[in-house]
Design a protein around this ligand. Sequence first.
Ligand SMILES: Cc1ncc(COP(=O)(O)O)c(C=O)c1O
Length: 160
Amino acid sequence: MYDMVTTMLHDIKKFCEPRATSPSCAELETLMLDWLAKAMNLPKDFLHEGVGPGCGVILGSCSEGTLMTLLSAKSNALKTLSLKYPDVSEYELASKLVAYTSEYSHSSVERACLLRFTQLHKIPVDKNVSMRGDNLQRAITEDRNAGKIPFYVGDILLTN
Ligand SMILES: Cc1ncc(COP(=O)(O)O)c(C=O)c1O
C-alpha cells in the first residue's frame, strides 16, 4: 500500500511540476517571455533576469490566465494578511477578500471568482465601455468601509 501511494504521489508530482520533467521547455518559455518583454520595452522588473517579481508564463487559454492571476493574487494577499493578523484564520481573511472587474469584462473573471469562492464587485463603465478610476476608487472605499479587503482588479482590456 505504501509503495502504491508513494508511486502515485511521485507521478502526480511529475505531472504538476513540468519544470522537473521538461527543463528545455521551461528554458525556452523563459527566453521567449524575455524577448516579448524586451520587444514591448517593459521595465527590467518584467524580465526573468531582473531583480523584481516580474516575468511571465505561457498558458493554454485566456480563462486559464485569468484563473492563474486570481489564484496568485489571492495567495499573495493571504500570505501578507496572515502576517499582519496572525490571530485571524485564513478562512476568515479569505471571506473578506473582494475582486473587481468591469461590468463588460469577459465572463472568465466571474468564472474564476466562482471557482475560488471569491466575492466579485463589477464596476460600471463609461460611454466608451471603459472602467474609470474614480468608479473603481468609489467601490473600493465602499467595500473597505464595509470591512472587506480589496485585492485584485482583473481583465479590463478585453471586453465582450
Ligand atoms: C479575457 C478573455 N478571457 C477568456 C476568453 C475565452 O477564451 P478561452 O476559451 O481561451 O479561455 C476570452 C476570449 O476572447 C477573453 O478575451
